[in-house]
Design a protein around this ligand. Structure first.
Ligand code: ZN
Length: 124
């Protein structure tokens, strides 16, 4: 469970990077997300998964810089990769770590879009 103060720290971190990368954020949200860590739009809207603040700050940086770079580089091409490396170093290790977390902590069945209800225990 992500503590409130982690969420605040996370948002501060986003603003720190936004200042560094000269990105104007119109909206910054941290909310439950499915199958993605973050999303951004060219209008300056940024949303991050509320599971992120509970993870290691190195992983915050990966997701934050990843999204912020999309404001100037819309794809994951050579320019994007070289900027990621310039800011984060070995970002691919973080990418792999996040993929592992996403696949291990989210046992979401494609057949049940919502969490399955707790099994009913029959009365004795
Ligand atoms: Zn991306």
């Amino acid at each position: 469970m992500a503590a409130i103060d982690h969420k605040d720290q996370f948002k501060q971190r986003v603003r720190h990077w936004a200042g560094k990368l000269d990105v104007k954020i119109a909206w910054l949200g941290v909310r439950p997300m499915r199958s993605k860590w973050a999303s951004c739009s060219t209008a300056g809207h940024l949303n991050f998964s509320d599971e992120l603040p509970a993870l290691k700050p190195e992983l915050w940086d990966y997701v934050i810089v990843h999204e912020l770079l999309h404001f100037s580089v819309p794809n994951h091409g050579r320019l994007w990769k070289s900027l990621m490396r310039a800011h984060l170093g070995d970002y691919e290790a973080h990418e792999r770590a996040l993929k592992r977390i996403a696949t291990s902590s989210a046992p979401v069945s494609p057949l049940s879009p919502t969490a399955s209800p707790a099994p009913l225990t029959p009365p004795p």
